[in-house]
Design a protein around this ligand. Sequence first.
Ligand code: NAP
Length: 252
Amino acid sequence: MTAFDPSIYSPRADLLLGRVILVTGAGSGIGRALALDLAAHGATVALSGRSIRKLEHVYDEIAASGYPQAALVPLDLENALANQYDALAEALDREFGRLDGLVHNAAILGTRAPIAHFDVPTWCRVLQVNLTAEFALTQVCLPLLEKSADASLIYTTSGVGKLGRAYWGAYAVSKFGVEGLAQILAHEYEGNDRLRINLVNPGATRTDMRALAYPAEDASRLRTPAEITATYLYLLGPDARGVTGQRLDCQP
Ligand code: NAP
């Protein structure tokens, strides 16, 4: 298999027509840009996130552009209880009867600090939002993904999800966990050509999270979220059929 090159991938306009795709953290940053781009390529996007106001804004942007009508499925990944996960899956099942894609995008940075002094409540919060909530959401959405003829599950990782670096603490550990979760699931679904499971590493991107991690950086040199979505589109569409258990970069 030749390596996927996002710089030359050119998704056709109707790549995702008719597909129902759930995106977490869709109210801002990469998730917002991705939701808009998925809708622009024909997908019906289920917008999830903690701020309903931000999600409604994206919903309105999609409507104003004439793209397929989106759905609002807010969920606070830090505080949601089991019945709220179930309710989200039930709402999607009622409305669409299946899911063709799920992008686990929402995450928090927490603080950057040495392990010796890392604040324990912050550690727990980051692991909850970035890892445990993804496991729980995956679990309730798998039956919906299994109802699709061609489903794609995407987890978002980071450079520090593969190689530990000083002071990245809970965030890096959560992404190591996400990589493990995706690898385990891909192994469990090996041989199932109707559900692919992959990891995406966005690379340095101009968002609030990046600004929090690198406050002194000149952000104008970074790619914008809208410039890095090609890898997600590829994995969510039919061109990636059979591609599973991979870790793809959005940037060289
Ligand atoms: P961002 O701008 O901070 O956006 C994060 C999103 O997650 C926001 O929409 C946020 O919602 C949502 N979120 C946070 N806590 C939540 C909660 N408790 N429940 C539900 N949603 C919650 O970050 P980003 O840069 O776009 O990051 C997107 C993904 O890319 C993350 O997984 C991140 O780790 C990864 N990544 C980013 C970079 C980069 O350079 N930007 C590099 C590598 C990996 P609110 O808007 O309501 O806060």
